[in-house]
Design a protein around this ligand. Structure first.
Ligand code: UGA
Length: 422
């Protein structure tokens, strides 16, 4: 078993650390956020991620997982150092690498000879080299090992991945990183660093393309009178297409797909290639947010209307509202003079004064003209529709996730609009 340091305890770093400890390795996680480290030291996990708190507590109890503020303390005895720091989007869509460079420079003097630095942050092609330069330690190998973790299922994605991709210049170095995953049954692909870095962006760009395609097919279904569920089920049976990631919605969001699609466009631009297909994918997504608002506007005049927004997280199973379709749609509604009352089972606040967040769905529906379902929480399927009807002043539902019981709503006098349904 190996000694592993993880720098950065966001959902990628924390999942990586907790899972490696679960697999039997000795893991020290570091983060500059003192409050977060203090919480983690007591087993409190600040993010909503299924199974993560249990794994963190298991790691703490076994003594195989610990948390420190100082990255030098974390890396000094480590065989492997995982860089899991944020790589936010900068102006123009490119990736801001300041955290990565700072982390690399900070740990450089403290890493022991022969250790391997593993870059897990999502970073543009060439960043493996950039970390090597920032560390200025020719005796330390740097490899790329992109993460393919979905929020909400990050633990199972780590422990049962579709593949592990390791980009390294030296096969022996790649083999050592591959060995860390020896108890995981998944194909391990060893590539050069540039291919591993590109594979990460290409995968997210393809997923975003698939979703924009699905959402535009839903629009076609509405236009021609077809049913999107039947159309997509028929498509999904084709093994070349596959049935996953084929659910239409309010548009896609989150901390990854929007950032990574913009980054791959920016990377391609810098390399002299106009990735116009990807620009179309982003445009289709913006149009999808707008289509939800158009549906609201088809039943009420937006100025002065009250909209109950059900869902703030970018998808069910997480409390993450970064680039959430709900906030995009709320922004468009507010711009046109609507009032927004919102409820999400996992989100208590969004830091936007104009959005009133209520912890009770019936309170959020109180006085509303239109109810818009944006996040696919199971809780919304189980709502007492009579209570919702009582709370609202007009009875309109825009179901941007196709999860509500249409017949039950219609029978109570609601109008109903789903996505790609007639
Ligand atoms: C995404 C990728 O799916 C992961 O493979 C990747 O590792 C991760 O980004 C990352 O780069 O770290 P995540 O951001 O958790 O994972 O979100 P997804 O599950 O991909 O969902 C993205 C958006 O698409 C959400 O708004 C979701 O509601 C929407 N979606 C997803 C649909 O509208 N329909 C679907 O069928 C699937």
């Amino acid at each position: 078993m190996s000694k592993i340091a993880v720098i950065g305890t966001g959902y990628v770093g924390l999942t990586t650390g907790a899972c490696f400890a679960h697999l039997g390795h000795d893991v020290v996680c570091a983060d500059i956020d003192v409050g977060k480290i203090r919480s983690l030291q007591t087993g409190d996990v600040p993010i909503h991620e299924a199974g993560l708190e249990e794994l963190v507590r298991e790691g703490l109890e076994s003594g195989r997982l610990s948390f420190v503020v100082d990255s030098a303390d974390a890396v000094c005895g480590a065989d492997f150092v995982y860089l899991c720091v944020p790589t936010p989007q900068s102006d123009g869509g490119s990736v801001d690498l300041k955290h990565l460079k700072a982390a690399a420079a900070e740990i450089s003097a403290h890493i022991r000879h022969g250790a391997i630095v593993v870059n897990k942050s999502t970073v543009p092609v060439g960043s493996t080299l950039l970390v090597e330069e920032a560390m200025d330690r020719p005796d330390i190998a740097v490899v790329s090992n992109p993460e393919f973790l979905r929020e909400g299922t990050a633990i199972s994605d780590f422990l049962n991945p579709d593949r592990v991709v390791i980009g390294a210049d030296e096969p022996t170095v790649a083999d050592r990183v591959a060995d860390l995953h020896s108890s995981i049954a998944a194909p391990v692909m060893i590539t050069d660093p540039a291919s591993a870095e590109t594979a990460k962006y290409a995968a997210n760009a393809f997923l975003a393309t698939k979703l924009s395609f699905v959402n535009t097919i839903a629009a076609v279904c509405e236009a021609v009178g077809a049913d999107v569920d039947d159309v997509l089920t028929a498509m999904g049976y084709d093994q070349r297409i596959g049935g996953e990631f084929l659910v239409p919605g309010p548009g896609w969001g989150g901390s990854c797909l929007p950032k990574d699609t913009r980054a791959i466009i920016s990377m391609a631009d810098d390399a002299g290639y106009d990735f116009s297909l990807m620009r179309g994918v982003l445009k289709a997504n913006d149009e999808q947010f707008k289509r939800v608002v158009d549906k609201v506007e088809s039943v009420v005049s937006l100025s002065g209307a009250t909209v109950a927004l059900f869902g703030l997280a970018f998808k069910a199973g997480t409390d993450d509202t970064r680039n959430s379709p709900a906030l995009e749609i709320a922004g468009l509604l507010l711009d046109q003079g609507a009032k927004v009352r919102a409820h999400d089972p996992a989100v208590a606040a969004v830091g936007i004064d104009e959005i009133t967040v209520l912890d009770d769905p019936y309170a959020a529906a109180d006085g509303a003209d239109v109810l818009v379902v944006v996040t696919e929480w199971d809780e919304f399927r189980l709502l007492d529709l009579d209570k919702i009807a009582e709370a609202m002043v007009s009875h309109h539902v825009v179901d941007a996730r196709n999860i509500m019981d249409r017949e039950a709503l219609l029978s109570r006098g609601f109008t109903y609009q789903g996505v790609g349904r007639n």
